[in-house]
Design a protein. Sequence first.
Length: 96
Amino acid sequence: MTELFTYIMEFKGGTYTTQVYANALNDSVVAWALQIEKEITEIKLIGNKTVHQIKDLISKEMIDKPTLLTGLENVWYLEIYTRIGVLRINIVKTTL
């Protein structure tokens, strides 16, 4: 069943939000990476090289899995370390 996931990313003083549809949480991380590639002009200080690095880290499973936040349902935290800084991401599975 396809679910809607909302990604709220903090990066270098900016907050960026996007939504993706996926069958599962881990699939949504891949879908999110593809989506930020499409929205690259909306994200300050992230260029094509960084997006490709993010996609590579995800595809090679070189990032930690999202962590379910204690006491919450359907809310996770994820950090991705890139050459230019850390992406701090909250993920919320939205009930449709």
